[in-house]
Design a protein around this ligand. Sequence first.
Ligand code: ZN
Length: 453
Amino acid sequence: MIKRIIAAFCVVFAAAMILVGCAPKSPSVIVSANGEIMGELTQTTWGSVEPTEEGYKSYVDAVIRETLDILCEQKNLSLGDADKILRTKGYRIETVFDEGVYKSMTEAQTSMVDNMAAAVTDLKGRVLAIYSVSDENNEHRNLACTSFYPCSAFKPLSVYAPALESGNISWSTMTVDSPVKKIEDAVGSLRDWPSNASGTYTNSNMDIKTAIKESINTVAVKTLINYGSANSAEFLSDNFGIDMSYETQQINAGREEDVLDNIALGYLAAGVNTVDMAGYYQIFANGGIYVKPYTIAKIIDDLGKVIYEAEPIGYQIISPETAFIMNSLLQEVVMPGGTGQAAGHSGKLVGGKTGTGENLAEGWNDNWFVGFTPEYTCAVWHSARMTSNVAAALFAELTDEIVINENAIFPPNENVKQIAYCTESGKRIGDNCKGMDIGWFMHDEIPEKCEEH
Ligand SMILES: [Zn+2]
């Protein structure tokens, strides 16, 4: 009886509010690609949304960030006003979230790490799933959307792809694996820089393939110096919109030396997150086209009017030929002897790059593997205080159950040729060369025959 009285009162109250021009507030809802409600936005700060499933939290958070950006820009609103609209106007936000991909990821038997995050995009910019698991110190952070140093996972974007695109390097360009300079360490003694993960230098010629496969820091830094830090910063900010403001400022002030590790080794001042990285790596899998990753397909207002619809634009930022060669180079990383070998054991077509580095601000190591297949990209990050980098293994586990088209392949290219080359000179194999390897070259940039042996 009391319930009925309360219910009747509520109806009368709501009707009265509408009559006086004050409609009841209704939260916006976020729905997946196939219409499942993922969350209601009673609050829009991280941790106080109401996702229908706990695991949707990090994706819902990314959707809120994107919606606020859209509303602020479209209606010229302050962030606070956009936030208020989102909580009270009963919008329906349709996303590109793929429950199947997400469930495949959650079913993975992932290795024990402190904190981890992952993002999967298709090759047209759709963010299919986001995954974030935190320890108790980070439980209110969406780690998938938090920026960290990309470390060596940045090298293909900042050094190798643009240098290859400009004709500055080829698959077999030789660079001596030796230190670039001496630097002073914390206690004032001089040491060689940059150091390789192995702690040693071969002090001999190394091709680009080996430098990428084994993530050799000396070759990355020397290649960047040859190509030009300013060119790289411009490539990254113009094409991907990466925040290179600190690095550019340093370069313009004549302090290029100080930001070589930011650009070549991925200690980028502004950092990048997993969604960004998954987005950037699309170019290696789809023939060189970048589509800014997005979560929202459509926003419908309380009156049923579509107020926003995604119109993704693909930018050809490296040629299909450069993309093909980079793709093949990054497939080497997951083969035996590569730093990302653990990502490649599933037997699928996979390429990618590892990244490992110290993060003093957080008191942990940042560990990455960013990989791609003919259908999607997946960026995996995990922190580590005690463990070493297991991101490549996590990539294999997280993506193992994702349903794939067995016939999907990477875009073929008629303008690249496979050539045998001398592993000492990097030139086309001669009659007396001792070491031989095979690589992919632009048809009009085939190296000359080796006459040195
Ligand atoms: Zn030779």
